[in-house]
Design a protein around this ligand. Structure first.
Ligand code: GAR
Length: 196
């Protein structure tokens, strides 16, 4: 099973997925990194691991449909069955959503539906919540909406700073995301073998 990871920033989740692949707790091959931010740190991580990269600048296109069409071509070239969003800070349009319906997964650093959108950790910190967490969900046309697949709570202690909250949430992300991707893939494989 080949997967593509989409990311816009640091790529710590991308790295966690690669490590799970190496340790074989994730039985999938990261066959492509798609990045919409030339110069993002995640690109260096992909280069270091010899992962093929498609990087583009959305400003060079008139419409989302144009770059998404190119992305679809790349996904086909690299034989990717699933799209894994790992800090890809851009809404998926219908050009990509339609052919990949049910096969695009996102991770979000809050217990959705609380704190969707940008800077979820900052939003949760400012709200003073004592429990936050991580959500993995299927992607639909909304902002961090779509059916929830997995959630894990993170407890915030008195005195925790925003940086503490971020560290705790990301630690959970790095374990939960590869594990959840693996369970989705396993389920899919079983469905395929039943229908064969
Ligand atoms: C992660 O915390 C991820 O949950 C979040 O971006 C971060 C990327 O970190 N995604 C969203 O907020 C999506 N709405 P990373 O680049 O170190 O993996």
């Amino acid at each position: 099973m080949k997967i593509a990871v989409f990311a816009s920033g640091s790529g710590s989740n991308f790295q966690a997925i690669l490590e799970a692949q190496k340790e074989e707790t994730l039985q999938a091959e990261v066959a492509l990194l798609v990045c919409d931010k030339p110069g993002a740190k995640v690109i260096d991580r992909a280069v270091a691991h010899n992962i093929p990269i498609f990087v583009f600048d959305p400003h060079n296109y008139n419409m989302k449909a144009e770059f998404e069409q190119e992305v679809i071509t790349k996904l086909a070239e690299h034989d990717c069955s699933y799209v894994i969003l790992a800090g890809y800070m851009r809404l998926i349009g219908k050009t990509l959503l339609q052919p990949f319906e049910g096969r695009i997964i996102n991770i979000h650093p809050s217990l959705l539906p609380a704190f969707p959108g940008l800077d979820a950790i900052g939003q949760a910190f400012d709200a003073g919540v004592k429990v936050t967490g991580v959500t993995v969900h299927f992607v639909d046309q909304g902002v961090d909406t779509g059916p929830i697949i997995a959630q894990q709570a993170v407890t915030i202690e008195d005195g925790d700073t925003r940086a503490d909250m971020q560290r705790k949430v990301q630690e959970v992300e790095h374990a939960l995301y590869p594990k959840t991707i693996q369970s989705i893939i396993t389920k899919k494989m079983k469905e395929v073998s039943i229908h064969e």
